[in-house]
Design a protein around this ligand. Structure first.
Ligand code: KG4
Ligand code: ZN
Length: 355
């Protein structure tokens, strides 16, 4: 069968993305235009600001995606876009671009589920010899998601756990803000990770902080709100301004508790699946928070301990494909294009869409 080439669009939150991917797992281009600076002052994504920025940035992103892929639009075989879930007005920018282009060119169109695209990313990014086998687990940890997904095939996914309150990324952001860390170019989460990195000598001068507990230990559901308020409470009890040794100790206590929670829920889910006779051999961790080296090390250690005979492999896709991108959207549409299973040009958006 000849290679199928897809142009993908993604604009469900605050990244404007266009990418070209082929059915032979080649990423010909992957353009992501970020909006961090526009939303920093709001402390989160401001919908109408995001919509306007998508409208401004999408034409340039598409152009660049084609240029970097060194192809003309006429060499594209199909057009994919994020159908949901996401912010309605944001989704409509990518969707309108994709639909109009597909209709004008007479090319087939496929609308993609954003979470499914995240879950299927490892099938695009992992070396052929090392591909995750179904069923595999995806732990998606970002500002937008805190999800544990079981992928059983290209089309069947189950949400095993989500957060009961705020996402892990937002919790990192809020704690970084409460500690007065500047975002820098790497963002608040990375700034917090940086603050935690110390030599053994420096460690000795830190105040002792009672470790924060893992919420709902018997349950799979995540929760970061109580951890966040424990940090706030600690700050309110210490004299102002917070001495830097307290800041560091607090950041470390928070990061350690966040890691312990991820490890606990992940191994609990593996245990529960095993009891049900579901044999998982691969775990994929992605999302912006997955760039945290401390979390990665703790997750690896927890899995090693859980499966001492190394039955379970842990994968971290490259970061630019862990965070929101259109390459994953194009890739997730591929099996439908190849099967001739297209959407109509009138296909609707689904701002809320269960998996
Ligand atoms: O996936 P992402 O880029 O965007 C979405 O939220 O969709 O994730 C961004 C989140 C932010 O909350 C950011 O602070 C967090 O990921 N993050 C980190 C690190 N790098 C980014 N959190 C902890 N440690 C890091 N090194
Ligand atoms: Zn996402």
């Amino acid at each position: 069968r000849r290679t199928f080439t897809v142009l993908g669009f993604e604009s469900s939150a605050d990244d404007t993305c266009a990418a070209v991917v082929t059915s032979s797992r080649q990423i010909l281009s992957n353009v992501v235009v970020k909006q961090h600076d526009l939303h920093e002052g709001f402390g989160g994504i401001h919908p109408s600001v995001a919509i306007e920025a998508h409208q401004r940035n999408m034409p340039g992103a598409v152009r660049m995606a084609l240029e970097q892929a060194h192809i003309s639009i006429h060499e594209v075989d199909g057009i994919a876009f994020t159908r949901g879930p996401g912010i309605g007005g944001c989704l409509s920018v990518g969707s309108n671009a994709a639909k109009s282009l597909a209709a004008a060119l007479g090319k087939p169109l496929v609308g993609v589920h954003h979470m499914q695209a995240h879950a299927l990313t490892p099938l695009l990014t992992t070396a052929a010899a090392d591909l995750p086998q179904f069923p595999f687990l995806t732990l998606l940890i970002s500002g937008g998601h805190t999800l544990l997904l079981l992928a059983s095939s290209l089309t069947s996914f189950q949400i095993l756990a989500t957060t009961a309150d705020t996402s892990i990324g937002r919790a990192f952001d809020k704690v970084a803000r409460a500690l007065g860390l500047s975002w820098g170019t790497r963002g608040p989460g990375a700034a917090l990770e940086e603050l935690c990195r110390l030599t053994n000598d420096e460690l000795e001068s830190l105040p002792d902080i009672q470790p924060f507990t893992v919420p709902m230990p018997g349950k799979l559901a995540f929760s970061f709100a109580s951890l966040q308020s424990s940090v706030d409470r600690y700050i309110s009890l210490v004299e102002e301004p917070l001495p830097s040794s307290h800041k560091i100790a607090l950041a470390r206590a928070f990061q350690t508790a966040a890691a312990r929670q991820l490890c606990a829920k992940l191994t609990l889910s593996l245990h529960k699946l095993e009891l049900k006779g579901v044999n998982v051999r691969d775990v994929v961790v992605s999302g912006g928070v997955a760039s945290n080296i401390f979390l990665r090390e703790k997750l690896r250690a927890a899995l090693d301990e859980y499966s001492s005979d190394e039955r379970i492999s842990l994968h971290f896709p490259p970061l630019e494909l862990c965070t929101d991108n259109a390459a994953m959207i194009a890739w997730a549409s591929m099996h439908r294009f190849v099967a001739g299973d297209y959407d109509d040009y009138t296909v609707d958006l689904r701002a809320k869409w269960s998996i």
